[in-house]
Design a protein around this ligand. Structure first.
Ligand code: CTP
Length: 414
């Protein structure tokens, strides 16, 4: 069969990258799972991987020639073609060296070239000794790759090569396969034909033209939600409050400054939306009056009068009220950044807030000095009004975004 064969062309093209670790033999099981479920799999090992498992094994199992080099079959330009044509690249095992090369954007073998040219989703399943996984260099490389949207799985914990145990085991082939399946399902557009509205960032309530009451929200989680929804096929309106991030490609961005701006923009954009996700940190209070000119100090040493605050509207509550009043088939999602206190745990506050707000899902995360705000990773629990709760372990904000949409999709009207 050739590439022009429609049967082959219709199959999902997967590149299985194999790094040079002892777990390379386990990639053979993954190859079988991928091929047996109908995917067209090309194996691209590294040179080191071929020292663990030779090319004949991969060729026999995949039915295709296998090389680690960019110099073979040059007329076919495989170093560019394979990455460009792939629907998914999965790397298992991803060694510390391979993660470093991918993060640095090197192109020193065929697999590194595939990773540079691929525009499809990339899944990497690390395997290495615990010391290597914990090393700041590896942590930084993993963070870089996750920030770029690569799904880097966490390694399993258990027996490693030799007598040591700890984090670093290659996740089971079935787990990697499941991650690939989920990524491909999203790529196939489970939000296609849907309109979603996402709010992001933090509102600012001005006292005068230069001073405001604001909050620490960077907008990263909301932007990740918008990008992920675009990738899954949705028409996305992103209501962005004071965020200094590049606009996500494919989303319509509406800017808002204050809680009132955001309220008007969200309610306006979401009337016909299938889902609204309120990831923005919206001020609960604003100064009762705003001064048009900058407030000046005088020479007498006096201080200005105390700032009098008034309540802002609760946008999430208004969305829920409108949905119920107009019987809209709309999924409404809130976020809650909480800290535990003497009244209850983070989750206690989350459950109470979900009940109070009346939304369908509430994404609860614990915030603190290095948690939640201005960082690239997040961890959350997604609480459902049906009593469900889904734990999203510490992961990139992109992975948390995908978990939120995974929870939204089953709730959308048929
Ligand atoms: N929210 C909103 N309008 C507001 C305040 C909050 O729509 N004026 C939304 C947020 O976007 C978020 C959810 O409500 O999705 C929860 O925000 P949070 O500030 O945690 O809720 P509050 O009701 O303000 O509760 P708290 O008293 O804990 O601040």
């Amino acid at each position: 069969m050739t590439d022009a064969d429609p049967v082959v062309a219709a199959r999902t093209r997967v590149v299985l990258g194999v790094g040079g670790g002892i777990a390379a033999y386990k990639a053979a099981e993954l190859l079988r799972l991928l091929s047996e479920s109908g995917h067209d799999v090309t194996v691209v090992p590294t040179r080191a991987a071929l020292r663990f498992v030779g090319a004949p094994t991969w060729e026999a199992l995949s039915g295709k020639p296998v090389t680690a080099e960019v110099w073979d079959d040059v007329a076919d330009v495989p170093h560019v073609r394979l990455g460009q044509q792939a629907d998914l690249v999965v790397v298992a095992p991803a060694t510390a060296d391979l993660l470093a090369r991918a993060a640095a954007g090197l192109a020193d073998d065929l697999l590194a070239n595939v990773l540079l040219t691929a525009r499809c989703p990339v899944v990497m399943a690390p395997a290495m000794h615990t010391e290597m996984w914990d090393h700041p260099a590896t942590r930084a490389n993993v963070a870089t790759l996750r920030e770029r949207g690569v799904l880097v799985l966490d390694p399993g914990v258990g027996r490693l090569t030799g007598k040591d145990t700890g984090p670093g085991r290659l996740p089971e082939a079935a787990q990697i396969f499941e991650a690939c399946r989920a990524v491909l399902a999203r790529r196939d557009g489970d939000l296609a034909g849907r309109t979603v509205v996402v709010s992001a960032g933090g509102t600012r309530e001005h006292l005068d033209p230069v001073r405001f009451l604001g909050n620490r929200s960077s907008g990263k989680q909301g932007y990740a939600l918008a990008a992920s929804a675009v990738a899954r096929g949705a028409r996305v309106v992103l209501v962005s409050a004071n965020v200094s991030l590049p606009d996500p490609a494919g989303a319509t961005v509406v800017r808002a400054r204050s809680a009132e701006d955001l309220r008007v923009a969200v309610l306006d954009a979401s009337r016909d939306a299938d889902a609204v996700v309120m990831a923005a940190a919206v001020a609960d209070f604003r100064p009762a009056s705003t001064v048009e000119h900058k407030i000046k100090k005088d020479d007498s040493g006096s201080v200005p009068a105390p700032i009098v605050l008034e309540r802002t509207a609760d946008v999430l509550a208004e969305l829920v009220a409108r949905r119920d009043r107009e019987a809209l088939a709309q999924v409404v999602v809130g976020f809650a950044a909480e800290t535990g206190d003497s009244e209850g745990s983070v989750l206690d506050h989350g459950r109470a807030k979900l009940a109070r707000k009346g939304c369908d899902l509430l994404v609860v995360n614990e915030v603190g000095d290095s948690r939640g705000f201005e960082v690239d990773e997040n961890e959350a629990v997604i609480l459902g009004s049906d009593g469900s709760s889904t734990v999203v372990p510490r992961a990139s904000k992109t992975a948390v975004a995908d978990a939120v949409w995974d929870a939204v999709v089953p709730l959308l009207r048929p």
